[in-house]
Write a protein that binds this ligand. Structure first.
Ligand SMILES: [Zn+2]
Length: 320
């Protein structure tokens, strides 16, 4: 099994990576905290302005942070091979395919999908034994979406979703570099969310509670446990993205019937896991945006959710 540090290195993320605005949590969580009326003094002024945005979305850097103390959620041995091809011919598992979009305005997102980050994270998931080949296809879909298709045994991630994330993060007043970083972080979270659906579908696992919440938990736990230093920040940008995607409701009534929890709830649930994974490190999240009465439960919540996924995946981890 590749050590967690090896996985961090192979993602091109080091402690010397470009520092981010404010504290560990980056500008996006602070911006959403402000929208929710919960900005804390720990949130510095967001770096960059909308005028600086050129829309290139081409450069991506990691963040900064310290080691996560947790055990890996999956056997990350797959990460040590070539990140370009997740599975060798004839082998089963996740295989990342990046297609070229036709629409000119979507082409600028190709570097985000080509960044070794996504390929490496997807390869790491091949520590889980799947019964078949499961392509994860980044392509133009004609809609803002990402989905697991159980009958086709594949995951689709749309360029249009990258475009939506980039515009949402830019709308917070973040410059091109910051919005590009945040878009890649949110895409990483989303790919893991869909892979969570695929793992449940392909392995025919049961789920207690809502599957949408369960796979948010999977994505968050994977990032915290298997991506040292920066995974928690990527997860928190995923939390922000889930909030922002659901923030255009206007005067419309919330869709209580929807299988997803409200964007606001997903935001707090993900941040609660981040806090719970290392209360000392992430104490700046309390009491704003995370109120004390939720925060006191987060360590226990994180442990139970992390354990649940570990217990479910254990029989399916590849033997070394
Ligand atoms: Zn989902």
């Amino acid at each position: 099994m590749a050590s967690k540090d090896e996985l961090g290195e192979s993602l091109g993320v080091t402690r010397s990576a470009r520092p981010r605005a404010g504290a560990w949590r980056g500008a996006a969580v602070c911006a959403v905290a402000a929208l929710l009326g919960a900005a804390s003094t720990g949130c510095g002024k967001a770096k960059g302005t909308a005028e600086g945005s050129t829309g290139s979305a081409a450069t991506v850097a990691g963040g900064t942070g310290t080691d996560a103390p947790n055990a890996g959620l999956v056997n990350a041995s797959g990460a040590s091979g070539s990140p370009e091809v997740a599975t060798a011919p004839g082998k089963t598992g996740f295989r990342f395919v990046v297609q070229e979009p036709k629409k000119a305005e979507l082409k600028m997102y190709r570097p985000l999908f080509d960044h070794k980050r996504l390929a490496t994270v997807i390869a790491a998931l091949n520590g889980i034994q799947l019964p078949r080949d499961v392509p994860v296809v980044a392509g133009e879909c004609g809609q803002v979406n990402a989905m697991y298709m159980p009958k086709k045994h594949m995951v689709s991630v749309c360029y249009e979703l990258a475009d939506e994330f980039y515009k949402k993060f830019s709308s917070l007043g973040h410059d091109d570099q910051t919005a590009s970083d945040e878009t890649l972080n949110a895409l990483t979270f989303t790919v893991l969310h869909e892979i969570g659906h695929a793992i449940i579908g392909e392995l025919e696992l049961g789920v207690t509670g809502g599957e949408e919440d369960a796979v948010d938990d999977f994505a968050t736990a994977f990032l915290i446990d298997d991506v040292p230093n920066v995974g928690a920040e990527w997860a928190s940008d995923g939390a922000v993205a889930m909030y922002l995607l659901d923030s255009d409701k206007g005067s419309k009534k919330p869709a209580y019937f929807d299988e997803h929890s409200m964007g606001e709830q997903r935001f707090f649930n993900i941040l609660c896991m981040v806090l719970g994974s290392n209360v000392e490190k992430f104490k700046g999240l309390v009491p704003k945006p995370l109120p004390e009465r939720r925060a006191v439960r987060c360590e226990d919540e994180y442990k139970k959710k992390d354990k649940a996924w570990n217990v479910m995946l254990e029989p399916h981890k590849k033997k070394k």
